[in-house]
Design a protein around this ligand. Sequence first.
Ligand SMILES: [Zn+2]
Length: 290
Amino acid sequence: MHRALRILLLLLMALPSGCAVPERDGRMRVAVSIQPLAWFAERIAGGRATVEVMVPPGGNPHTYEPLPRQMAALDGAALFVKAGSGVEFELDWMPRFLALNPGLRVCDASRGVRLLPMGGEAHAGGHDHRMDPHFWLDPSNGLLIADNIARSMAGADPSGAETYLANAELLKRELRELDRSIRTALAPSRGGSFLVFHPAWGYYAHAYGLRQLAAESGGKELTPRQMRSVVDRARAEGIRVVFVSPEFSSAQAAAIAREIDGVTRVVDPLAMDYSANLLRATEAFREAIR
Ligand SMILES: [Zn+2]
């Protein structure tokens, strides 16, 4: 499944229209690794930059490797924004990418973020001691992302510094508002558990007093024994919803859902429309925990 998806992506990227390089119009060119960072970059740039995303929609950021032409197309880009938390799982492309683009500044969007350990293990064995890379799904970490990107943009394009910093302040106000809305919506759900197939929602759960149970860890298929263990745990907790991410195989998630007489529901950790997406996810978690 992963393999098939990867091949499909490669084919799509190879199409002439697959990754058009925008016209050079004097605007700063910014590349980001994952879509949510593009949302931040566009908001902060306010039209002063073009933003290109390396991992295409539906791509698995933990395993995706940009094509050589995708990397070379960034010739002339001023800034690359990476999550930096380990989400760009196989970083072996990064040195090649930077070698192709020697003038590129790199912004680590997770600078200053307190990374949490991978939590939410639902099955015995297979514990993963890496730090959880999905920090952007807590809007308070979004405040740091905004600051980090604004500072890097100001460094890369000093004539726009005032704009970038002012836009970041506006964005942070919006993110604080978003955080309040989510907190209010989830107040009745505090202490509740939800089951996800891929453990992307640990920071979100931590921020809002929920417990994330995760089926898989490290992106591997579950063994029959692990499947059994997840099903038992979900039954014990009265869980009826298995949350899935669009970029991960949901066949096993569907099998778990059948076993617990429940359903799967999609929540997207990588959607472009950050605020609206978190509100949609909040509604989905709230309904599932009730
Ligand atoms: Zn992930």
